[in-house]
Write a protein that binds this ligand. Structure first.
Ligand SMILES: Nc1ncnc2c1ncn2[C@@H]1O[C@H](COP(=O)(O)OP(=O)(O)O)[C@@H](O)[C@H]1O
Ligand SMILES: [Mg+2]
Length: 254
């Protein structure tokens, strides 16, 4: 398998805080990889570094054979990257449909006004309706996002990311806040998207679902990669277990 994404010796610092130190691994085309680790491990920072939301102080991001480390976000999206966020942030005043039609007209990324003006043109709306059907929320297409339950908004976020037609989809805690049924359903949808050929890198704390759907785990702790491999081997690794147990004790402390 060829590497779609290569994360090479990445370092990120925020003031005095080292969020990532010498992190490196590759993601092959077609993989379903989950990125796990305790809170504050640097997972979101790594995904932001891949999409270009933040700059790396050290290392490189190579995507489809090209060093994209210096590229602006919109250029990386055009090249085939998309992400959903830990904190969902759709446009609340717009309808569900328009929230997906906007990125579906993604030839206009970087020019929101032009994109909004083109929304009434049919191709972007048609594509948006198809994506809403895929994530099974087409029944609320014409409702405003405000007031919709989290389970629906999470699916909307997924549809918005898919509207960019990514090769690599980066998901930041897509299952957080969902009940177990909703989480399993969304995880199944993500699996279906992976089977369609989209490479997935998913940050997720729901270990039950992570172990059910992922074929590979990478574990971060304190900004460093501590494990990388097949789920059974990684979860049996004493280093991984102690990272989790240690953090759980801290979190449980008063
Ligand atoms: N924008 C930022 N400014 C300062 N510190 C940050 C910023 N983003 C993340 N951090 C710090 O970097 C570390 C890693 O954070 P993050 O990547 O959000 O972890 P995770 O997603 O694994 O919970 C934490 O110590 C966090 O406080
Ligand atoms: Mg995070």
């Amino acid at each position: 398998m060829t590497a779609l994404l290569e994360i090479q010796d990445v370092g990120v610092q925020f003031g005095g805080v080292r969020a990532l130190t010498n992190v490196g691994f590759s993601v092959a085309t077609g993989e379903f990889l989950s990125l796990i680790g305790p809170n504050g491990a640097g997972k979101t920072t790594l995904v932001r570094g891949i999409t270009g939301v933040i700059r790396l102080q050290q290392g490189r991001i190579v995507f489809a054979g090209r060093d994209i480390s210096a590229w602006p976000v919109h250029r990386r999206i055009r090249a085939g990257l998309a992400m959903t966020h830990q904190i969902v942030r759709p446009f609340h005043s717009m309808t569900v449909l328009d929230n997906v039609a906007l990125p579906a007209g993604h030839e206009n990324i970087g020019n929101v006004v032009k994109a909004l003006l083109r929304l009434n043109r049919s191709p972007a709306r048609k594509k948006a309706l198809e994506l809403l059907s895929l994530v099974e929320i087409v029944d609320v297409a014409h409702q405003s996002v405000r007031g919709l339950p989290l389970g629906v908004v999470k699916r909307l976020e997924l549809a918005r990311a898919l509207a960019l037609e990514p090769q690599l989809l980066l998901l930041d805690e897509p299952l957080a806040g969902l009940n177990s049924q909703e989480a399993a359903r969304l995880a199944d949808m993500i699996t279906g998207i992976n089977r369609q050929g989209v490479t997935i890198m998913m940050i997720e704390h729901n270990l039950g679902e992570v172990l059910r759907v992922s074929r590979r785990l990478v574990v971060l702790d304190n900004g460093r990669k501590i494990a990388d491999g097949d789920p059974d081997t990684v979860m049996a690794d004493p280093v991984v277990r102690s990272a989790y147990v240690g953090k759980e004790k801290q979190d449980a402390a008063p």
